[in-house]
Design a protein around this ligand. Structure first.
Ligand SMILES: Cc1cc2nc3c(=O)[nH]c(=O)nc-3n(C[C@H](O)[C@H](O)[C@H](O)COP(=O)(O)OP(=O)(O)OC[C@H]3O[C@@H](n4cnc5c(N)ncnc54)[C@H](O)[C@@H]3O)c2cc1C
Ligand SMILES: NC(=O)c1ccc[n+]([C@@H]2O[C@H](COP(=O)([O-])OP(=O)(O)OC[C@H]3O[C@@H](n4cnc5c(N)ncnc54)[C@H](OP(=O)(O)O)[C@@H]3O)[C@@H](O)[C@H]2O)c1
Length: 477
């Protein structure tokens, strides 16, 4: 391995994906002192930051400010960003093996899980993945249409993503106008006629995947109040065990919040956000025009399975819930990458603590690693990915020490520039991104918003062209 600085071995790393997992991986690598890591990060989008830009809800701006940390990581002279460069399309595994000692896949979970019930192909049945990406201005989803002309909407699942979707449907246009929600989404949601939003959990309140701050926030919306049904948030044996025997404070708070939402004295606003439990959709019912009209729900009861987990099973009773639009929010799902072993059932890259493994031999695929949601599945908050990336980088360091990484024939950083420019002449650097970031924020200032997002690749490339032209114009010299 060659040395360029201070006599330290230089290790060149390619990171695929610029979400939290990609950035925390870069951070861990760049701070190593025994070796000098150089990190090149690639993303299929022209903008970095993965779900922080296209997933985290627009009314949660404080959370989005984590990107300042990523900007700092990107300011290292040993870091480069190549936006609009897709692994599997513009660059392949063979390309990367020619230029890098290690390749880390941090591509997240790009699609969603299916329910597998009749009626899923009806118009008006959507995934939370699509809706979230649409309202956040993800270029692949900006053309989607959501029919919000009905008064009732259902969201299947009771995780934090389901809460985001329901909350955005319930926000007033004045609340949304203060966010960086995509302009077209602001307009469409401004015309929404939705008045009742139903969150549907298949298990009980204690088992709901949402977290307390998120469910508490629902009680503070300007134009909507949360509603629970007293009999669905009553004390069952599992709640009694958690609250009275285990004195589990998180559980106590959760149940208290949910029970308070059943008090009719708090039901005072225009829109209602119903949180239902112990119901499973078994069919999406359509109208004569092939559009969603209702959900057939099976009522459930809880039981303790042999492995100790609390599960739901149908009681044999059903109910019908009217809904003009349905969003499935039952979890994201990773997609396979060409040449990289994939566990179809779990939707993750085959790996052991981040080392990509060959399912045939069980052995490590030299120099290949995974981090974040594509490594461990679609759970965990932004911070979870820091620790997770640390584990992967720990494996990388061990392998560098033992010589179990790739020996690339062309490790020169300029050779990557030639490769990328050939495959994607319009690639976007981090400096370009900072320019786009600046323009978006400036556009927002005029209307008192945190930013006005560019939502198409063409717009971004055009803005970059104008910026470069302006910088090169004689007036600037
Ligand atoms: C709707 C939603 C809201 C959330 N809100 C919060 C929140 O409020 N607070 C919180 O702490 N956590 C939140 N999370 C969780 C958090 O976003 C995740 O933990 C985190 O984003 C996972 O990081 P990641 O890097 O693994 O994946 P991602 O953030 O998805 O990043 C993956 C990146 O890889 C890129 N990519 C994919 N395929 C390729 C390819 N072939 N070539 C090149 N690039 C590729 C993608 O474009 C993307 O930029 C939310 C998650 C969702 C889904
Ligand atoms: N504000 C935040 O901090 C924030 C915001 C958004 C997302 N996130 C994080 O991002 C991660 C992903 O969130 P998520 O909401 O997509 O996933 P999640 O937390 O795993 O929740 C998925 C939900 O879908 C339900 N579900 C799964 N299969 C189902 C089926 N067949 N029928 C009915 N319901 C089904 C689950 O119920 P069961 O429990 O019964 O399986 C659960 O309620 C989480 O870690 C979350 O905390 C955080």
């Amino acid at each position: 391995m060659e040395t360029r600085n201070k006599g330290k071995r230089i290790i060149r790393a390619a990171i695929i994906g610029s979400g939290p997992a990609g950035f925390y991986t870069a951070e861990h690598l760049l701070k190593q002192t025994d070796f000098e890591f150089e990190a090149d990060m690639f993303d299929r989008l022209p903008t970095p930051h993965g779900l922080v830009r296209s997933g985290v809800a627009p009314d949660h701006q404080k959370i989005k400010s984590v990107t300042k940390v990523y900007d700092k990581i990107a300011s290292s002279p040993r870091f480069r960003f190549f936006g609009l460069v897709e692994f599997g399309r513009h660059i392949t595994l063979e390309d990367l093996k020619r230029h890098y000692h290690v390749v880390i896949f941090a591509t997240g979970a790009q699609t969603d899980r299916k329910l597998g019930i009749p009626g899923e192909d009806l118009k008006g049945n959507h995934t939370a993945t699509e809706f979230v990406a649409w309202y956040n201005g993800h270029p692949d989803y900006r053309h989607m249409k959501f029919d919000l002309s009905g008064e009732k909407a259902a969201v299947i699942g009771v995780g934090n993503v389901a809460i985001d979707v329901a909350r955005i449907l319930c926000r007033t246009v004045d609340e949304l106008r203060k966010t960086d929600i995509a302009d077209y989404a602001l307009e469409a949601l401004g015309k929404s006629r939705v008045r009742d939003v139903y969150l549907l959990g298949r298990r009980g309140p204690l088992q709901a995947a949402f977290t307390n701050p998120e469910v508490r926030e629902l009680g503070k919306l300007t134009g909507a109040h949360p509603v629970t049904l007293p009999h669905e948030v009553g004390y069952d044996e599992f709640i009694i065990e958690a609250v009275e025997t285990n004195k589990d404070q998180t559980a106590i708070n959760k149940i208290e919040i949910l029970r308070s939402y059943s008090d009719p004295r708090h039901h005072t606003k225009n829109k209602r956000l119903h949180i239902r439990f112990l119901v499973s959709p078994v069919e999406i019912i359509g109208d004569a025009g092939g559009h969603v009209a209702a959900l057939k729900l099976a009522k459930n009861e809880l039981y303790r399975a042999e492995d100790g987990s609390v599960r739901s099973r149908p009681t044999g009773e059903f109910e019908e819930l009217e809904a003009g639009i349905v969003f499935r929010s039952i979890g994201y799902q990773g997609v396979p990458l060409p040449g990289v072993p994939f566990h179809e059932k779990w939707g993750v890259i085959e790996n052991e603590k981040g080392r990509v493994t060959d399912p045939g031999t069980g052995g490590h695929m030299k120099g290949l690693y995974a981090a974040g949601w594509i490594k461990r599945g679609p759970t965990g908050v932004i911070g979870t990915n820091k620790q997770d990336a640390g584990e992967t980088v720990g494996c990388i360091i061990e392998d560098v020490r033992s010589g179990a990484v790739i020996e690339p024939p062309e490790p020169d950083p300029d050779s990557v520039l030639r490769l990328v420019s050939g495959a994607q002449p319009d690639y976007v650097t981090y400096e370009d991104w900072l320019g786009i970031d600046h323009i978006e924020i400036e556009r927002g200032k005029a209307s008192g918003r945190p930013r006005v997002k560019f939502t198409s690749v063409e717009e971004i490339l055009e803005a970059l062209k104008s910026r470069k032209k302006a910088a090169n114009s004689p007036d600037q010299t």
